[in-house]
Design a protein around this ligand. Structure first.
Ligand SMILES: [Zn+2]
Length: 231
């Protein structure tokens, strides 16, 4: 990775941190963010508010836990372990967004009460077991809850959302927060019906087609949207 590329990644990471704040999913210094870079990753430093953080403040870490620059976020272990174990993703975003954390405080898994739960890659958004922040135990629980998924809740703590890039991780974290908010609202009317696994399989399949623009639309579509021929 060239210096120019690393500097651009640093600027983008700071931009996403500021947007975590402006979107309302992050308060104070609770959240943290990392992105794969070179042989390791860049991660937000410990205890530095995003509105004063500069690209130079970001910490360069290796997978062995060594780093240069400021002290890394206290949650560097789960950032390191997720990036190490999930070659399919490049970004780890963590925050204590209000509604995701509300459900996490009750150790509730988000079921397929709405088809958009599929954006997290499966039929549920799991809630990881509780462990003290910053510990290896928390990292182990998070990794387990993220198995085959792109997001999870952390018991009595918050949420983690993953992405291939920074934009995707921010988008997903906001989606998870929206789903959590919806689910809390839905529960006020009682237990909702849950979409079955076969339907969620169709949903996830359809989502893959939509995001990657591959193949025909799912069976059951009456018509196929296609770009107009140029005149
Ligand atoms: Zn946290």
């Amino acid at each position: 990775m060239t210096n120019f590329e690393t500097n651009e990644l640093r600027r983008n990471l700071v931009d996403i941190c500021r947007r975590m704040n402006s979107s309302g999913i992050n308060q104070g210094t609770a959240g943290n963010l990392s992105v794969r870079a070179g042989n390791g990753f860049l991660i937000t430093p410990s205890s530095l508010p995003y509105d004063v953080m500069t690209p130079e403040d970001l910490v360069e870490m290796d997978f062995d836990g060594t780093y240069t620059g400021r002290r890394p976020s206290s949650e560097w272990r789960f950032h390191r372990d997720i990036l190490k174990n999930r070659p399919d993703i490049n970004v780890v975003l963590h925050c204590h967004s209000m509604y995701a954390t509300t459900l996490a405080c009750h150790h509730k898994t988000i079921p397929a009460f709405h088809y958009m739960v599929g954006v997290a890659g499966g039929t549920t958004v799991r809630c990881a077991e509780y462990a003290t922040f910053g510990t290896q135990a928390l990292s182990d629980h998070a990794l387990k809850a993220l198995d085959g998924r792109l997001a999870c809740l952390l018991g009595q703590h918050g949420q983690i959302s993953l992405g291939k890039d920074l934009e995707q991780a921010l988008w997903l974290a906001i989606e998870v927060e929206t789903l959590a908010r919806m689910y809390v609202q839905v529960l006020t009317l009682g237990q909702p019906p849950i979409l079955d696994d076969a339907e969620m399989e169709r949903v996830i399949d359809q989502m893959k087609r939509m995001s990657y623009g591959l193949g025909p639309e799912a069976e059951g579509s009456n018509d196929v949207a296609r770009p107009r021929e140029p005149i």
